[in-house]
Design a protein around this ligand. Structure first.
Ligand SMILES: C[S@@+](CC[C@H](N)C(=O)[O-])C[C@H]1O[C@@H](n2cnc3c(N)ncnc32)[C@H](O)[C@@H]1O
Length: 255
């Protein structure tokens, strides 16, 4: 057990276990407790799947603490839940334990971690906290699609695709590159919205599903052709849309 307890939010990357940072691996090897966030008690945790080898190789297995954060927009019940989980976490940290909270990608990008972090910071301001960044699904998707997110003075906007269409259009007007998260199911519906914002038929789009995992799928092509794409719904997808055209030497998978 550590003399001084600590709560550490750790990004475990987009899926490929080799994309976990050395610092994250060290924290996972030394943790007394690994906190595993779940959207439902009976659902497996993807983040846990990514670190299972590291845990398996440990001589002294850590305590595994499942924390359930259901996917609800009911702010009041969520706040109550974060407060309850913050209480559990803080009691262990106060007892001198080091707790690692695993999170997909990076802890500071659309992650449950930040809500828990805020709740802890508010109710237990003296606890030691640390955040270890991770490879985000955004940068991993760009690498998989081999499509730069930004060059020179280009502006990148990251948008959750369930945002109101008008807000998406306004954002798109000021962006050279748009990144949609939580997106596969809505991408066809958003094409006219992007065209209203000045993107053209020839603008470039890459849709990356399950990036860096063995089942990864990358579709690259022109915005004007997206309606012909066979897109199945997948929460684990990122779309990158660039105002500019695809370089002529780039292989196009779907047109
Ligand atoms: C709650 S957010 C978590 C983002 C995460 N913290 C990050 O840094 O990438 C979940 C969204 O991340 C994206 N995502 C996460 N992992 C992904 C993957 N392996 N492939 C494609 N998209 C992924 C999807 O858009 C998904 O809907």
């Amino acid at each position: 057990m550590n003399l001084t307890g600590k709560f550490i939010g750790v990004g475990v990357g987009p899926g490929d276990p080799e994309l976990i940072t050395i610092k994250a691996v060290k924290a996972l090897k030394n943790a007394d407790v690994i906190c595993v966030p779940k959207s439902h008690a009976n659902k497996p945790s993807r983040a846990l799947g990514m670190i299972k080898q590291i845990v398996k190789e440990r001589q002294h297995p850590p305590e595994m603490l499942e924390l359930v954060f259901p996917m609800t927009k009911d702010e009041l019940s969520l706040k109550k839940l974060w407060a309850e989980n913050a209480k559990v976490v803080s009691a262990k940290v106060k007892a001198g334990k080091s707790l690692v909270f695993i999170t997909l990608g990076d802890p500071m990008l659309y992650s449950t971690f930040m809500y828990l972090y805020r709740s802890i910071k508010q109710s237990y301001p003296n606890l030691q906290l640390e955040i270890i960044p991770g490879v985000t699904s955004v940068t991993a998707a760009a690498a998989s699609a081999q499509l730069p997110l930004a060059e020179k003075d280009e502006v990148v906007s990251i948008v959750p695709s369930d945002l109101d269409a008008q807000l998406i259009e306004e954002t798109a007007k000021h962006a050279d590159t748009l990144v949609f998260m939580k997106c596969a199911h809505r991408i066809k519906e958003l094409v006219p919205v992007l065209q209203q914002a000045g993107f053209t038929e020839n603008s470039t789009i890459a849709l990356v599903k399950r990036c860096t995992l063995p089942e990864e799928k990358v579709l690259t092509g022109k915005l004007g052709n997206v309606q012909e794409w066979d897109i199945t719904e997948d929460y684990f997808s990122v779309a990158i849309i660039k105002r500019s055209e695809l370089p002529t030497n780039k292989k196009v998978d779907a047109e």
